[in-house]
Write a protein of this length. Sequence first.
Length: 81
Amino acid sequence: MAAEIHPTATVYPGTVLGEGVKVLEGAVVGKQPTLSPRSTAKREPLPPAELGDGTIVSTGAIVFAGARTDARHPRRPVVRA
């Protein structure tokens, strides 16, 4: 089953969507975060978001680049350091 993306959702280029992934109304997936000038976080671009089979991104949710869900635990995100 292919991924289902609502017309009002935004999925950024490079994002990997597993089988049966659903991205609901107004959700944003794969966006690079915008850092404050005072942020001490790394400034390099994060890798693309990867959503495992069967993951559901709910209405209005934001899943940033670098996030990864495992197909075995679609409700428990695993974020790369």
